[in-house]
Write a protein that binds this ligand. Structure first.
Ligand code: GDP
Ligand code: MN
Length: 383
């Protein structure tokens, strides 16, 4: 789960990282009021869950509160990379001398978190990483020992930070590590961490990604989720406990079990098709869960055919069939559907679906080929 800039910075601040004074506004007049409270010179920052807001025109400095109101009006009307801006953060503007990059993420290959830093932070950090990777330092952190002081000193030296700032930098690096590890984050990033003209270190931007699988032990963080910002299908899937990931193809897939779901996607690809999603309904799914899964799949206009691949173990094929029938009543699918049911109560399931006008298949290869053919012909019809 991604957190907004303002949420990430609030967390950083709890761990002793200095952030600018500021507040979030949902309207331009609120923005003006906050700017007044902050003394007029502010930065108006779109709060959307994508990077590169600065380059997209979603970050603007205002000289006074009237200008802040105008900029907020503009920015609140924007779409950034397809996401509508619903909130702006109004922060006291900083006078910047230097922009540093400082972040922590998981290095899966090293099986350890890694702190990453560069003296050339700011909006072009991707460019720095691509063209001059030698300007970036990576310091692996032993998860049991945590970030050691010598490591933050190594980083400070590498980025040529003047000595006067080392103490504060050490505190910020440690604070970032603590924010990262105690939130079960997979990313905690400050870009830019600036040296201000009045010689302070200040986190101007913040970004955190929290491991979804750890949210159960962070109810306070889980509450920060901004459902407005996610795809509706993902919110819906979470509500029913379905593992769902939208993809770009045109064959919707409903499968029980993550391994079987991946196999089904592989076999679809083997026969020249492209899956529209990954969807695992899990073990023992009842009819209502199956119906929810079907609604989610069919809500995607790219879907030209659906493949049901159900291996009945704990999951009963007749329950799945009932879910499919219930959802068909509701959503009236216009695309061909291929179904393969094997295992527990498969015969009962097939009997239930006999009149449902579905294409049946015996093996996965057979099912995948039929789904690929069905998607091609229904795409051809412009369905
Ligand atoms: P991002 O583009 O989504 O990463 O948004 P940032 O919050 O990092 O802002 C982008 C850039 O805007 C920063 O790298 C700064 O150069 C600039 N910026 C952000 N806040 C301020 C500020 O308070 N004062 C000034 N002068 N520039 C700022
Ligand atoms: Mn940034």
């Amino acid at each position: 789960m991604k957190l907004h800039e303002y949420q990430s910075k609030q967390i950083f601040s709890r761990y002793g990282i200095p952030i600018p004074k500021g507040r979030v506004a949902a309207t331009a007049s609120e923005a003006r009021q906050i700017a007044d409270e902050l003394g007029g010179r502010v930065v108006v920052k779109s709060q959307v869950l994508v990077g590169g807001r600065g380059k997209a025109g979603g970050i603007k400095v205002a000289k006074n509160s009237i200008e802040a109101e105008q900029l907020a009006t503009q920015i609140l009307a924007m779409d950034i990379k397809g996401l509508p801006v619903r909130k702006v953060l109004i922060d006291e503007a900083a006078a910047i001398d230097q922009e540093i990059y400082l972040g922590i993420t998981n290095d899966r290959a090293a099986k350890k978190p890694v702190m990453i830093a560069s003296a050339s932070g700011g909006v072009d950090i991707e460019e720095v990483a691509a063209t001059t990777p030698e300007k970036i330092i990576r310091e692996h952190i032993d998860p049991l020992l945590g970030l050691r002081d010598y490591q933050s000193r190594d980083i400070a030296a590498f980025i040529d930070l003047p000595r006067d700032y080392w103490r504060d930098f050490g505190r910020i690096a440690r604070g970032l590590w603590e924010a990262y590890t105690s939130s079960d984050a997979t990313l905690a990033e400050i870009n830019p961490l600036v040296i201000t003209k009045d010689k302070r270190l200040l986190a101007l931007d913040g970004k955190m990604v929290i491991d979804d699988n750890a949210l159960f032990r962070h109810p306070d963080l889980a509450e920060m989720r901004d459902s407005d910002e996610e795809a509706r299908s993902e919110t819906e899937a979470r509500k029913y406990g379905l593992s769902f990931i939208k993809l770009d193809g045109n064959i919707g897939c409903m499968v029980n079990g993550a391994g079987l779901a991946m196999t089904s996607m592989d076999v679809i690809k083997l026969f020249g098709g492209e899956p529209a999603n990954f969807l695992d309904i899990g073990g023992g799914a009842g009819a209502d869960k199956v119906a929810a899964a079907m609604r989610i799949i069919l809500a995607d206009p790219n879907v030209k055919a659906v493949l049901y691949n159900i291996f009945g173990g704990i999951t009963r094929c007749d329950e799945v069939a009932r879910g499919i029938l219930a959802a068909m009543e509701e959503v009236k699918p216009q695309v061909p559907m291929v179904v393969r049911l094997v295992g527990t109560n498969a015969e009962e399931g097939r009997a239930l679906l006999a009149d449902a006008n579905m294409i049946t298949a015996e093996t996965l290869a057979d099912a995948a080929q039929k789904a690929v053919a069905a998607a091609q012909s229904s795409a051809g019809k412009g369905a």
